[in-house]
Ligand binder design. Structure first.
Ligand SMILES: [Mn+2]
Length: 256
């Protein structure tokens, strides 16, 4: 379960809206989206009861040495200002930034979440996941994922120099782009059986994920009762935020 951080007095006492985002793919090559995110951290997120980032905050993360990259400083500082103000930030790894580690967490005050992560939202149990593990129809991707998540692969990668790692990350990104454009769209969506299985395993009726960049609120019947799967949107053309309070869930957009 989530450990709530004590709320300092400068925060509104009635802050009861949780915000969930994912797939920002922040990169110095897309300054408008970096600016949009920093503005969101400064103006929108401080009134929230918590901010959940469900993976792929960054276009790629080559290890926590990236914290000292000057172009990423506004992002680190913005997150730190938010957690300093008493808003808990929960961060899950995505497939692009699964090497975010303890130094990033210490520099921002963000708390790393395992994937999947069961919690409570809108007064009911909910399960959070980045979403790529549900794309079981994409066998080639799952094979690649299993390979790069092995501790031996990770330690070999982290032993390389920073420029070598950046070159490799960019190379993987190109390979992924080419592979993605060659695959039929439905292969890269979640598999409904995988969704049901995960929800049954955690006994939840609400699953929230990103990764597929197909924002939607899907309703279906699971074991005879209504269930929902909420998909967060990406931050390519605009921002995408899921608001959650006791009245339910709302998918909203942020204009750049
Ligand atoms: Mn992803």
């Amino acid at each position: 379960m989530v450990i709530r951080i004590a709320v300092p007095s400068e925060r509104p006492a009635d802050a009861v809206t949780d915000l969930l985002i994912s797939d920002l793919h922040l990169s110095p090559t897309r300054p408008a989206i970096v600016h949009l995110f920093c503005s969101f951290l400064e103006h929108r997120a401080p009134t929230a009861s918590a901010l959940y980032i469900l993976g792929d905050l960054f276009e790629y993360w080559i290890g926590d040495e990236a914290i000292s990259d000057p172009s990423l400083r506004p992002i680190i500082q913005g997150l730190q200002a938010l957690t300093d103000a008493g808003v808990p930030v929960f961060l899950m790894h995505g497939n692009r930034d699964f090497l975010i580690g303890p130094h990033f967490a210490a520099s921002t005050g963000a708390q790393l979440l395992p994937d999947p992560f069961p919690t409570e939202l809108a007064g009911a149990p909910a399960l959070l996941t980045h979403g790529d593990i549900l794309c079981t129809d994409d066998v080639e991707y799952q094979r690649f994922r299993a390979q790069i998540r092995q501790p031996a692969w990770i330690s070999a990668f982290l032993e390389k120099t920073v420029p070598e790692r950046i070159a490799m990350a960019q190379q993987y990104r190109e390979l992924s782009k080419n592979a993605t454009s060659a695959k039929p769209a439905d292969i890269m969506d979640v598999n409904q059986d995988a969704v049901r299985q995960m929800m049954q395993e955690y006994s939840v009726r609400c699953l929230i994920h990103g990764h597929t960049h197909r924002p939607a609120h899907h309703r279906f019947v699971l074991d005879g009762a209504e269930a929902s799967r909420i998909v967060l949107g990406d931050w390519y053309e605009q921002g995408s935020v899921l608001e959650c309070d006791r009245t339910g869930f709302r998918l909203t957009r942020l204009a750049p």
